[in-house]
Design a protein around this ligand. Structure first.
Ligand code: GLY
Length: 357
């Protein structure tokens, strides 16, 4: 299997059809994994694009993180076995991050690996989850604990799937675009800012640029041992907030937690390099305006710290975090003390309180 992303950006239904013709060569059977939402909203768009799609076996899961588990995976493996899926079968993952994570994981394990296509249907999956070969399922509350690196035979990015995307999903996906722009260059950030808040129709170039950026980072480090770790910007606090909310029974979308993480971790950047002041203030202002953080209910830092300490990015030496330094410039895997993290969280909360006055 390849270790780089093959991305295609069909611009019309005709070019999508044409791409599928080549991708379906040499396969004995097609399987399509979708959730109930993408089965209803996206499969009817995909099905007319190739005659083989109407003969494909459809595997439908319940929407949401609840499906990224061993029990659902076992049922899907059993369905593949009952349908005599062999190693020449092709699994098509049609959905958001849950579908592409779960489907990639199934495909990379079934009979020691069968090829799969990713056809992401959410903004977050288009610019992040469906690119980079990370597949996985959760084990209880431990997200993506059982996973593989396995690259799709091809990832097809077709923005018209976004025409029915709910508002929360636009907000969630936007955060990963912001993150990529901060890691890329000022021009990418400015181009994105002009379009916020994102909604349908979205300029395809904005999505393509973000996808291409992520794929270029992954290509330098497919197994996530070095430079790819830059993509964890905003995720030290982002993951902690996401896990805390999940445990409280008030789940927030991944990207929205990451946006909050970016806001807080920019305070950490300031602590490390006060000279960043003006630029950080502008980005924080943009984030607060877009995500309305001043109206959020934030937990005390003591509630978040256990999640931060147990994050899988850390090692025996301590808590690891990506520190932003300027557009396209950052410090990877910087060690952070609990004290520095507490200070940045408190500074972020003070910043938000001042906005309320
Ligand atoms: N979402 C982070 C990565 O793919 O490495």
């Amino acid at each position: 299997m390849s270790t780089i992303d093959q991305l295609l950006f069909p611009e019309s239904a005709d070019s999508f059809s044409e791409a599928l013709k080549h991708l379906f060569d040499d396969h004995s059977q097609l399987f399509i994994l979708c959730d109930e939402n993408t089965f209803n909203a996206c499969f009817p768009v995909l099905a007319p694009l190739h005659p083989l799609l109407t003969e494909a076996e459809i595997l439908v899961i319940e929407p949401g993180e609840v499906s990224k588990c061993l029990e659902v995976a076992q049922q899907l493996f059993e369905q593949l076995i009952e349908s005599n899926a062999d190693r020449q079968s092709l699994l098509i993952n049609l959905g958001g991050g849950v579908v592409t994570d779960l489907g990639g994981w199934l495909a990379s394990n079934y009979k020691r690996g069968i090829p799969f296509l990713n056809i992401p249907t959410s903004l977050l999956a288009m610019v992040d989850a469906a690119i980079g070969g990370k597949t996985g399922i959760d084990l209880g509350h431990h997200k993506n604990m059982i996973g593989t690196f396995a690259f799709a035979k091809c990832t097809l990015i077709y923005p018209p799937f976004l025409s029915s995307l709910p508002q929360t999903e636009w907000m969630s996906g936007s955060a990963e675009l912001v993150k990529h722009a901060l890691l890329d260059e000022r021009a990418s950030y400015d181009a994105l800012l002009e379009q916020l808040p994102l909604h349908w129709p979205i300029p395809p170039a904005l999505i393509h640029h973000s996808c291409a950026f992520k794929a270029s980072v992954v290509a330098t480090d497919p197994n996530d041992n070095g430079p790819r770790k830059m993509l964890n910007l905003g995720h030290t606090f982002g993951h902690a907030l996401e896990s805390w909310h999940m445990e409280m029974g008030t789940p927030v979308a991944h990207g929205i937690a990451v946006a909050a993480g970016l806001f807080i971790e920019l305070e950490l950047a300031l602590q490390n390099q006060a000279a960043l002041g003006e630029e950080v203030a502008q980005i924080q202002h943009d984030l607060v305006t877009h995500y309305n953080f001043a109206q959020w209910k934030w937990p005390a830092i003591e509630k978040l710290m256990p999640y931060i300490i147990n994050d899988k990015k850390n090692d025996s030496i301590g808590i690891r975090c990506v520190i932003w330094q300027a557009f396209g410039k950052f410090e990877l895997g910087a060690l952070q003390s609990e004290d520095a993290l507490t200070k940045s969280y408190e500074a972020a909360m003070m910043h938000l309180n001042n906005l309320k006055m």
